[in-house]
Each structure stands twice: as C-alpha cells, then as structure tokens.
Design a protein around this ligand. Structure first.
Ligand SMILES: N[C@@H](CCC(=O)N[C@@H](CS)C(=O)NCC(=O)O)C(=O)O
Length: 216
C-alpha cells in the first residue's frame, strides 16, 4: 500500500490509521505548495486533485472515510472500528460528520474563495465558519468528558480523524486550552506509538504542544 498525504492536512487521519494497522506501507508526501495535487500525474491517482489517496495494488481508494473503512475492515485485528453493528453505525456516523461538517467548516476558513467570489463576503464567511468550527470542537470536547476515546473505551479511526482538526484549531489561534478534555485526549494520543511516528514523519510540532504549517 502507498499513502499519498500532505503534512498537516486531513490526510493525517488516514496516515495514523495506516500506521495503527502495523502493516508495512509506503508514503508519498504530495507537495501542495507547488500544486502537485493539481498536476496530471497526481490527477491520475486522484481525479479530485485531493489528498489523501491510498493505493492498494492496482486500486486507489480516495476519501478519508473510505480509507478508514477499508483499513478498519481489512485489518480487523487492529481494532480500529467497533465490532458490534450499532456501535459500528455510531463510528460511521461520527467519521461522516467529521468529513461532511467539521472538515467543510475548516475549509470555509482556509479556502473561502471556493465558496464565493465576492471578496467583500470573505470576512463574514470566515467569522461565521470559525464560530461553527469552534462549536464542533466544543461538542467533541464534551463527548470526551466521560470517555477516554471519541467513541468510548476503544480507540478507533474516529480519534485519528480528530487530530488534524485540533492541529487546525491551534493554527487558527483558537483558545484550545479551554478544551481541557480534548487537551487531555491529545496527551493520550501522543502516548500512542503510531501517532508519534506519523507526527514525526509529517514534521508536526503538535508533539511539542504547538501547531505546524500545513492545511486542514
Ligand atoms: N472529503 C475529502 C476531502 C479531502 C481534502 O479536502 N483534502 C485537502 C487537504 S486537507 C485537499 O486536498 N485540498 C486541496 C484541494 O481540495 O484542492 C476527504 O476526506 O478525503
């Protein structure tokens, strides 16, 4: 398997999941600064021109949710999703929400120009989206009040999916220290070898408690 990722981007979620499986894999850091993801070579890998993409033999899986589903299902022994059907539905529900709602609100902040060409509206969109993004983080923080991991007692891909957005919140200069449960969870995340390996490979100073360049 080969993962195409960009340091600090949402691909960090798939990257952590892959490392958590414990199986060997290759990585390729796509240079988004140089727009490599919009070049013909990468568009042959992911026609959406987005990161992440996971090549498995001759097939390429795109979209964080699909990659997480694939890895958690193929490597069940890694315990990356719940076994019980209803718990699995809760897991799918959470990661779908991350992709459809949390990620999209972050994108309104970082890439406002996708949503309107009216520059006068940019500040307003960013302000409203920052509020929404923050509300989602507060919601996640609350779920961690009584839980070790996002879904309860079991670490799942849902945990891997939250980390790049905590990174994003730090970069956005949000008061993340007010999110005590999330900060405590971050420490638990950093106790996981797979998380440390990925953050080091991505050159991410979240390890040292700070944010790093790269986008959500
Ligand atoms: N829904 C996609 C979103 C992927 C996505 O937006 N990736 C960003 C990096 S975090 C990207 O490739 N941005 C460049 C672009 O969309 O042009 C997923 O979850 O995989």
């Amino acid at each position: 398997m080969k993962l195409y990722y960009a340091p600090g981007a949402c691909s960090m979620a798939s990257h952590i999941c892959l490392e958590e499986t414990g199986v060997p894999y290759e990585t390729y850091a796509v240079n988004t600064q140089r727009k490599e993801h919009k070049g013909p070579e990468y568009l042959r890998i992911n026609k959406h021109g987005q990161i992440p993409a996971l090549a498995v033999d001759d097939t390429v899986i795109v979209e964080n949710v699909a990659i997480q589903y694939y890895l958690a299902s193929r490597y069940r022994e890694a315990g990356l999703k719940p076994m019980d059907l209803m718990e699995e539905a809760r897991w799918l529900s959470f990661i779908s929400w991350m992709a459809s709602t949390v990620h999209v609100s972050a994108k309104h902040i970082t890439r406002t120009y996708i949503y309107t060409d009216d520059e006068a509206a940019h500040d307003s969109i960013r302000r409203v989206s920052r509020d929404s993004f923050w509300t989602y983080l507060v919601e996640i923080d609350r779920t961690l009040a009584d839980n070790q991991w996002i879904l309860g007692d079991q670490f799942t891909t849902a945990d891997a999916y939250v980390l790049p957005y905590l990174n994003g919140a730090i970069k956005f200069g949000m008061p993340v220290d007010d999110l005590a449960n999330l900060r405590a969870w971050q420490k638990r995340m950093l106790n996981r070898k797979a998380v440390r390996v990925v953050l080091e490979r991505e050159g991410n100073t979240l390890l040292a408690g700070a944010a790093v360049a790269g986008g959500v």
